[in-house]
Write a protein that binds this ligand. Sequence first.
Ligand code: ATP
Ligand code: MG
Length: 587
Amino acid sequence: MSADTAEPSPAAARPPHFLEQIIEADLQAGRWGGRVHTRFPPEPNGYLHIGHAKSICLNFGLARTYGGRFNLRFDDTNPAKEEQEYVDSICRDVKWLGCDYDEGPQAGGLFFASNYFEQMYRWAEELVRKGKAYVCELSAEEVSAKRGTPQTPAISPFRDRPPDESLRLLRAMRAGAHPNGSMTLRARIDLASPNFNLRDPVMYRIVHEHHHNTGGDWCLYPMYDWAHGLEDSIEGITHSICTLEFENHRPLYDWFIDAINEGRGPDSEWGPRIHHPRQIEFARLNLTYTVMSKRFLLRLVREARVKGWDDPRMPTISGFRRRGYTPESIRAFCEDVGVTRQNSVIDVGRLENACREHLNRIAPRYMGVLRPLEVVIDNWPAGTVEQIACVNNPEDPGAGTRDVPFSGKLLIERDDFMESPPKKFFRLAPGAEVRLRYAYWIRCVSVEKDGAGNPVRLRCTYDPATRGGNDPPDGRKVKATIHWVSADHAREVEVRLFDRLFNAEQPGARTGDQFDDLNPSSLEVLRARVEPALAEAVNTARSDEPARVQFERLGYFATDPDSRPGAPIFNRIVTLKDLWVKEQKRG
Ligand code: ATP
Ligand code: MG
């Protein structure tokens, strides 16, 4: 990842998007002293998914473009669903993406909203004393039953309770004197607002539960709308970027900070004014064939439909990492899809393409055969093994060549042979000739079959004049090149092939339940045979990052953490081309 720091900011290469335009106007106006400070504020109630990656790259990228800072802040205001495991995984994922929050020029720091509970509570008391908040004894059900309609206002019988009485009750709530759900603190805003979020929203609820950070200190927990702007304010965030669902919460974001600031100033009893950041919304990332909801992903894990949050089929950042995706390719994808205010669904193929594009540049090539078929070369000099020089990476001339053993007994891909081929099948068939990558041309002379009529061995001849795979002097042509390994030299390895986790472009659209569109066969495990150099290369690879390679013609593969010394396991990251679309059409 050392190359990351040298990566130029991609923002320089294109016109500024709408968020950049807003920030540039703020900078020009001298707002916040020319500072840019962004944050990524996850709730630690699950692992991060690719939608979060979009938000992380966006926020970090803005800080980088404008020489600003970037915070990671846990919005840990809900004790029931939050766990240390999630906190740890999120820190790791954000760093892995290369969006460092505690090191480097953009380092703004790591924060926990739960560390602000005391400060937030003091501001809440202040609003009570200013007559801007009150303790309400309606249950959650009653509040929603009395929320009114667009034509009729909400009803809140406690909103004219004297501030002193609300203050006394609030303190008793904090002290633990009241059970869950018996009381809330509500903001006194506007019961008739056409925006229902402003109809005296709840600021605090009572939850007697252990919190992963504050333990048993609190039984009063702040609601998102009350807490979020205050968290941003405390950290000096300038641009608080969130997804479009929060657009009609923005008046509330501003109302709370304005309410605290009312009457504040240099000589005020309340103290100085607090920082007021700017909330801006953008369209969330949606992908075809993908579900992005921590709640749903948690269900997949709990019901063991996948092998964990980091199952390579999961759309989580840890799943992509385990599968072998590079952080560079995820960043490139996020940059490529851009930033808008229009909701849309992006073709998941674009993410796969970003991955291919990066791996094409960096991944060394090897040969491996997934479903072997034996080839015996009848005219090969008995007992001879030739070392064939194979190019490591055609995209990188500096990567050089390696020697691959070639002998009279080879393995090729079963699919590369057809006994009665259709017209446009140019690979191996009885009587047909094909090029073996970097080696020789071979011609199939006869087929040996098992009792069920399946080919088990092809008898072939080779042409010594085609050494290196080159055209022979007589002007003969072949149309196809196939990969191969030498049967006696090949190593057996486990290979895991993945299909999409969902069969439907929009999972759940048909029946309303995304589970109904789960692909029942999204994992295939094979024993493949690979050239010896690959097994050796993998044994020397660093263990914290997978080794990423191309199996010629089959795709890009990465070593799985389940690998053991001498027994590598390969995950297919992505095929070389978008085969899936073609197969769907055929089927
Ligand atoms: P989910 O609904 O999947 O559980 P969430 O929005 O509840 O996600 P948070 O932890 O609250 O998860 O999200 C942290 C940040 O990530 C928020 O600022 C949110 O706007 C952003 N985010 C979440 N999903 C997406 C997405 N699909 N595209 C872009 N940003 C997203
Ligand atoms: Mg959320």
